[in-house]
Design a protein around this ligand. Sequence first.
Ligand SMILES: Cc1cc2nc3c(=O)[nH]c(=O)nc-3n(C[C@H](O)[C@H](O)[C@H](O)COP(=O)(O)O)c2cc1C
Length: 186
Amino acid sequence: MLKMKVTLIAGSNRTNASSTNLLRYIDSLLEAQNISVQFVDLSELPLPLFSPDNWDFHPNVKHVLEAIEEADGLILATPEYHGSVSGALKNALDYITGNQVAGKAVLSVSSAGGPLGVSSLSHLQTIIRNLHGINCSQWISIGYGSNTFGPDGAPIDVGMKDRIRDAVGSFVDLTRKLTPIAAAAN
Ligand SMILES: Cc1cc2nc3c(=O)[nH]c(=O)nc-3n(C[C@H](O)[C@H](O)[C@H](O)COP(=O)(O)O)c2cc1C
Protein backbone atom coordinates (compact mmCIF):
# COMPACT_ATOMS: atom_id res chain seq x y z
CA MET A 1 0.00 0.00 0.00
CA LEU A 2 1.22 3.51 -0.83
CA LYS A 3 2.27 5.60 2.13
CA MET A 4 3.21 9.24 2.43
CA LYS A 5 6.93 9.49 3.30
CA VAL A 6 8.18 12.17 5.65
CA THR A 7 11.77 12.75 6.77
CA LEU A 8 12.40 14.47 10.10
CA ILE A 9 15.78 16.07 10.79
CA ALA A 10 16.73 16.86 14.38
CA GLY A 11 19.25 19.71 14.23
CA SER A 12 20.45 19.80 17.84
CA ASN A 13 23.55 17.88 18.83
CA ARG A 14 22.70 18.13 22.53
CA THR A 15 21.73 15.06 24.57
CA ASN A 16 18.01 15.05 25.47
CA ALA A 17 17.47 18.16 23.31
CA SER A 18 14.02 19.72 23.59
CA SER A 19 13.79 20.30 19.81
CA THR A 20 14.55 16.60 19.27
CA ASN A 21 11.93 15.59 21.85
CA LEU A 22 9.42 17.82 20.05
CA LEU A 23 10.31 16.11 16.77
CA ARG A 24 9.88 12.66 18.36
CA TYR A 25 6.38 13.66 19.45
CA ILE A 26 5.64 14.85 15.89
CA ASP A 27 6.95 11.49 14.66
CA SER A 28 4.35 9.72 16.84
CA LEU A 29 1.56 11.92 15.40
CA LEU A 30 2.61 11.09 11.83
CA GLU A 31 2.96 7.35 12.47
CA ALA A 32 -0.53 7.34 14.03
CA GLN A 33 -1.74 8.56 10.61
CA ASN A 34 -0.02 5.64 8.86
CA ILE A 35 2.67 7.92 7.42
CA SER A 36 6.12 6.43 6.85
CA VAL A 37 8.74 8.38 8.82
CA GLN A 38 12.55 8.51 8.60
CA PHE A 39 14.10 10.16 11.66
CA VAL A 40 17.55 11.68 11.18
CA ASP A 41 19.14 12.78 14.47
CA LEU A 42 22.25 14.84 13.75
CA SER A 43 23.52 14.19 17.28
CA GLU A 44 23.73 10.48 16.41
CA LEU A 45 24.79 10.98 12.81
CA PRO A 46 27.48 13.67 12.84
CA LEU A 47 28.39 15.13 9.46
CA PRO A 48 31.81 16.48 8.48
CA LEU A 49 31.97 20.21 7.86
CA PHE A 50 30.78 20.88 4.32
CA SER A 51 33.45 22.07 1.90
CA PRO A 52 32.84 22.89 -1.76
CA ASP A 53 36.28 21.32 -2.39
CA ASN A 54 35.09 17.87 -1.35
CA TRP A 55 32.28 16.16 -3.27
CA ASP A 56 33.28 12.66 -2.17
CA PHE A 57 30.67 12.57 0.57
CA HIS A 58 30.96 10.74 3.89
CA PRO A 59 28.45 7.82 4.26
CA ASN A 60 26.52 9.80 6.91
CA VAL A 61 26.07 12.63 4.41
CA LYS A 62 24.85 10.20 1.74
CA HIS A 63 22.38 8.75 4.25
CA VAL A 64 20.94 12.19 5.05
CA LEU A 65 20.71 13.21 1.40
CA GLU A 66 18.94 9.94 0.49
CA ALA A 67 16.49 10.36 3.36
CA ILE A 68 15.69 13.88 2.11
CA GLU A 69 15.44 12.77 -1.52
CA GLU A 70 13.06 9.88 -0.75
CA ALA A 71 10.68 12.07 1.28
CA ASP A 72 7.43 13.62 0.07
CA GLY A 73 7.79 16.26 2.81
CA LEU A 74 10.29 17.34 5.46
CA ILE A 75 10.17 18.56 9.05
CA LEU A 76 13.27 20.34 10.33
CA ALA A 77 13.96 21.03 14.00
CA THR A 78 16.52 23.49 15.31
CA PRO A 79 17.53 25.04 18.62
CA GLU A 80 17.66 28.85 18.47
CA TYR A 81 21.37 29.71 18.49
CA HIS A 82 22.26 33.42 18.55
CA GLY A 83 19.04 34.27 16.75
CA SER A 84 19.54 31.66 14.05
CA VAL A 85 19.65 27.94 13.27
CA SER A 86 22.17 25.53 14.79
CA GLY A 87 25.47 25.08 12.98
CA ALA A 88 24.78 21.34 12.79
CA LEU A 89 21.54 21.84 10.84
CA LYS A 90 22.94 24.59 8.60
CA ASN A 91 25.91 22.36 7.81
CA ALA A 92 23.57 19.49 6.83
CA LEU A 93 21.53 21.80 4.58
CA ASP A 94 24.70 23.12 2.91
CA TYR A 95 25.19 19.66 1.37
CA ILE A 96 21.97 20.05 -0.65
CA THR A 97 22.73 21.17 -4.18
CA GLY A 98 20.18 19.40 -6.36
CA ASN A 99 16.45 18.91 -6.34
CA GLN A 100 16.17 17.01 -3.06
CA VAL A 101 13.98 19.72 -1.49
CA ALA A 102 12.51 21.48 -4.56
CA GLY A 103 8.70 21.51 -4.62
CA LYS A 104 8.37 19.67 -1.30
CA ALA A 105 6.43 20.81 1.77
CA VAL A 106 8.66 21.75 4.70
CA LEU A 107 7.60 22.41 8.30
CA SER A 108 10.11 24.22 10.53
CA VAL A 109 10.11 23.84 14.32
CA SER A 110 12.39 25.33 16.96
CA SER A 111 13.22 25.48 20.65
CA ALA A 112 14.52 28.67 22.28
CA GLY A 113 15.86 29.66 25.69
CA GLY A 114 13.69 32.80 25.53
CA PRO A 115 9.92 32.90 24.98
CA LEU A 116 10.04 32.24 21.23
CA GLY A 117 12.47 31.04 18.58
CA VAL A 118 11.08 32.84 15.55
CA SER A 119 14.44 34.18 14.34
CA SER A 120 15.72 30.67 13.70
CA LEU A 121 12.38 29.76 12.08
CA SER A 122 12.56 32.79 9.75
CA HIS A 123 16.14 31.92 8.81
CA LEU A 124 15.18 28.29 8.24
CA GLN A 125 12.32 29.32 5.97
CA THR A 126 14.72 31.55 4.01
CA ILE A 127 17.06 28.59 3.51
CA ILE A 128 14.14 26.39 2.39
CA ARG A 129 12.98 29.10 -0.03
CA ASN A 130 16.48 29.17 -1.54
CA LEU A 131 16.40 25.38 -1.93
CA HIS A 132 13.05 25.84 -3.79
CA GLY A 133 11.11 24.05 -1.05
CA ILE A 134 7.57 25.11 -0.11
CA ASN A 135 7.33 26.46 3.43
CA CYS A 136 4.31 25.37 5.42
CA SER A 137 2.12 28.34 6.43
CA GLN A 138 2.53 27.31 10.09
CA TRP A 139 5.58 26.72 12.22
CA ILE A 140 6.15 25.61 15.82
CA SER A 141 8.25 27.36 18.45
CA ILE A 142 8.65 26.08 21.98
CA GLY A 143 10.16 28.56 24.44
CA TYR A 144 12.02 28.86 27.74
CA GLY A 145 14.05 25.76 26.86
CA SER A 146 10.76 23.90 27.34
CA ASN A 147 11.48 20.21 27.70
CA THR A 148 8.28 19.31 29.46
CA PHE A 149 7.19 16.14 27.75
CA GLY A 150 5.27 13.49 29.69
CA PRO A 151 6.06 9.77 29.90
CA ASP A 152 4.03 9.26 26.67
CA GLY A 153 6.33 11.76 24.90
CA ALA A 154 3.53 14.34 24.54
CA PRO A 155 3.93 17.94 25.74
CA ILE A 156 2.42 18.42 29.18
CA ASP A 157 0.95 21.79 28.18
CA VAL A 158 -2.43 21.16 26.52
CA GLY A 159 -2.31 24.39 24.48
CA MET A 160 1.06 23.38 23.06
CA LYS A 161 -0.28 19.92 22.24
CA ASP A 162 -3.16 21.45 20.25
CA ARG A 163 -0.81 23.89 18.52
CA ILE A 164 1.52 21.07 17.41
CA ARG A 165 -1.39 18.94 16.19
CA ASP A 166 -2.74 21.85 14.09
CA ALA A 167 0.64 22.67 12.55
CA VAL A 168 1.37 19.02 11.75
CA GLY A 169 -2.12 18.70 10.23
CA SER A 170 -1.51 21.68 7.96
CA PHE A 171 1.88 20.21 6.94
CA VAL A 172 0.28 16.85 6.04
CA ASP A 173 -2.43 18.64 4.00
CA LEU A 174 0.18 20.68 2.12
CA THR A 175 2.27 17.57 1.41
CA ARG A 176 -0.83 15.84 -0.02
CA LYS A 177 -1.56 18.84 -2.25
CA LEU A 178 2.00 19.03 -3.57
CA THR A 179 2.71 15.32 -4.07
CA PRO A 180 0.48 13.14 -6.24
CA ILE A 181 1.81 9.94 -4.60
CA ALA A 182 1.24 11.34 -1.12
CA ALA A 183 -2.28 12.39 -2.15
CA ALA A 184 -3.04 8.86 -3.36
CA ALA A 185 -1.75 7.37 -0.08
CA ASN A 186 -4.00 7.06 2.93
C1 LIG B 1 25.28 28.71 21.46
C2 LIG B 1 23.89 28.99 21.98
C3 LIG B 1 23.22 30.11 21.56
C4 LIG B 1 21.93 30.37 22.01
N1 LIG B 1 21.27 31.46 21.55
C5 LIG B 1 20.00 31.70 21.94
C6 LIG B 1 19.28 32.80 21.40
O1 LIG B 1 19.76 33.58 20.61
N2 LIG B 1 18.00 32.99 21.80
C7 LIG B 1 17.38 32.13 22.70
O2 LIG B 1 16.21 32.34 23.02
N3 LIG B 1 18.06 31.06 23.22
C8 LIG B 1 19.33 30.83 22.84
N4 LIG B 1 20.01 29.73 23.32
C9 LIG B 1 19.31 28.79 24.21
C10 LIG B 1 18.75 27.62 23.40
O3 LIG B 1 17.99 28.06 22.28
C11 LIG B 1 17.82 26.77 24.26
O4 LIG B 1 18.55 26.21 25.34
C12 LIG B 1 17.14 25.68 23.47
O5 LIG B 1 16.11 25.11 24.24
C13 LIG B 1 18.12 24.60 23.03
O6 LIG B 1 17.43 23.66 22.22
P1 LIG B 1 17.72 22.08 22.36
O7 LIG B 1 17.19 21.68 23.72
O8 LIG B 1 16.92 21.50 21.25
O9 LIG B 1 19.19 21.88 22.21
C14 LIG B 1 21.31 29.47 22.92
C15 LIG B 1 22.02 28.35 23.36
C16 LIG B 1 23.30 28.10 22.90
C17 LIG B 1 24.03 26.86 23.37
